[in-house]
Ligand binder design. Structure first.
Ligand code: SAH
Ligand code: SF4
Ligand code: F3S
Length: 470
């Protein structure tokens, strides 16, 4: 399984693995060693999308070497957007499935296996020319079914670590004019509260200590609650924070429009909610924000940040920014730079606008030349790097809680993450894994930090409670 794109695809791949396990499939390290390969694709920008076809070209060769005995499945957002085209351009692909139908994967795989077996038999008894053997059955399932796939998925069996993603909301009704997500993921859907709580508890039982709640518009969450009302993300966060053993809670990605006061207040109330928030702004120019159909102004964004910082003064912000959206003038771009200076984003993703087929912005007047986009991106990235560097340096000399995840590359080294997602290295033992410990940060290494564990207070063995546990 190869996964491209956002965290939701990472989550989807994990769930597809859960679905495939009972069929006898398990992960291998290379496509050559596999009987089946599934690529989970991303359509968000042209560059992401193009990877699908180059990857398929490589897989075709492996399939030929294996005499056709090789199932190729294409899942995710390119599959959804260009399913027919994939089967036409790459007829050796066996299965094309969209993000909303992966609960039906067992049925599709069974059909592909049957199809491959029949082809082989026909070839063995001389009914087929060898070249025809690489042609698959071409199963295409890119429906937006009425049933929710989540109702049909097995419980997670392997959490693969201390931190996990959990999809709680999917799809988008916002229709930003540059974005394919409303077309590839479909309409907004929120999973019921109880289903999410159950999955969260299962993950915690598997050793997970940190959950990142996922949704394309995660703070528009409005799932059915146990009381019959639709619950907000804030309500869900309080409920999940009550799960014993769950140390940390995050959510991504939010839309500024849906950042309500209750959720902002939860950041002040809930110690589990990490002081790090990814809140895409896209642009600092109101003209461009309107053309993007973002439904918020730059000032609205600034006001939300002020409220968030009032609730949680140590909050660190991350964002997404697009340069070179159609019609973006030098003044519009300057407004983006100003907003970045005003808010400061120690983490950010910056993109050159990429015209996507079928989206309104792709045919707007005023498409920005590539060299202008390049220059603006370079200028923006320089500022973002400055902010990242300054933030990391500001942590040196501070004491931060770190959730330890795994052994580091060097002997005796353990790695965890700060509340702000930076990797933090310390010298320590393997029993740190899954625990939150305070670390005195000593050094900044640009993209990671290192420090020393703060000694834990020695338990007072004279107290009756401690004698019981000791
Ligand atoms: N609401 C989702 C959007 C996923 S896309 C989320 O925020 O996670 C992630 C980011 O990709 C967007 O925030 C946007 O900055 C960028 N993006 C989306 N479409 C794009 C396009 N056509 N060109 C350039 N960047 C784009
Ligand atoms: Fe795309 Fe906008 Fe929806 Fe985010 S809110 S997924 S950018 S349409
Ligand atoms: Fe890409 Fe689809 Fe995610 S287009 S960013 S994989 S929602």
């Amino acid at each position: 399984m190869r996964t491209y794109g956002c965290q939701m695809n990472v989550y989807d791949s994990a769930r597809m693995a859960d679905v495939l396990g009972p069929l006898g499939y398990a992960a291998v390290d290379t496509p050559e060693a596999a009987d089946m390969v599934l690529i989970n694709t991303c359509h968000i920008r042209e560059h992401a999308s193009a990877k699908t076809f180059s990857e398929l070209g490589r897989l075709k060769q492996i399939k030929q070497q294996k005499d056709g005995d090789y199932i190729i499945a294409v899942a995710g957002c390119v599959a959804q957007a260009e399913g027919e085209e994939i089967l036409a351009r790459a007829p050796y692909v066996d299965i094309v499935l969209g993000p909303q139908t992966y609960h039906r994967l067992p049925e599709m795989v069974a059909r592909a296996e049957r199809g491959a077996a029949q082809k082989k038999l026909r070839a063995d008894i001389g009914l087929n020319k060898p070249a025809a053997r690489i042609a698959g059955m071409g199963i295409l399932d890119t429906d937006f079914p009425v049933e929710a796939k989540f109702d049909f998925l097995p419980a997670p069996t392997d959490a693969q670590g201390v931190t996990a993603f959990l999809s709680i909301q999917e799809g988008c009704d916002k229709f930003c004019t540059f974005c394919v997500v409303p077309y590839t993921r479909g309409a907004e859907y929120s999973r019921p509260v109880q289903q999410i709580v159950t999955e969260a508890e299962q993950l915690v039982a598997l050793g997970v200590r940190e959950l990142t709640l996922l949704g394309q518009n995660v703070n528009a969450y409005h799932g059915d609650g146990p009381d019959g009302d639709a619950w907000t993300l804030a309500q869900l966060a309080y409920r999940l924070a009550a799960i014993p053993g769950l140390e940390r809670l995050r959510y991504t990605t939010s839309h500024p429009r849906d950042m309500d006061d209750a959720l902002i207040a939860a950041h002040g109330d809930l110690p589990q909610l990490m002081p790090f928030l990814h809140l895409p702004v896209q642009s600092g120019s109101d003209t461009i924000l309107a053309a993007m159909n973002r439904q918020h102004s730059a000032d609205h964004y600034r006001r939300i940040i002020d409220k968030l910082r009032a609730a949680r003064p140590d909050l660190c912000l991350s964002t997404d920014l697009i340069v070179g959206f159609p019609g973006e003038s030098d003044a519009d771009f300057a407004a983006t730079m100003q907003l970045v200076r005003d808010v400061t984003f120690p983490a950010a993703f910056s993109f050159k606008y990429s015209g996507r087929p079928g989206t309104p912005a792709a045919t707007m007047a005023g498409q920005v030349p590539e060299d202008v986009k390049d220059a603006r991106l370079a200028e923006l990235n320089a500022l973002l790097l400055e902010q990242l560097t300054a933030f990391n340096r500001s942590l040196v000399g501070q004491t931060v809680p770190v959730l330890f995840e795994k052994a580091g590359r060097h002997a005796g080294q353990m790695v965890g993450r700060s509340p702000y997602l930076q990797p933090v290295h310390v010298l320590g033992e393997a029993d740190l894994i899954g625990r939150v410990r305070l670390v005195d940060i000593e050094q900044d290494h640009s993209f990671s930090l290192s420090g020393r564990l703060v000694a834990e207070p020695v338990p007072d063995l004279s107290s009756p409670a401690m004698r019981m546990t000791a």
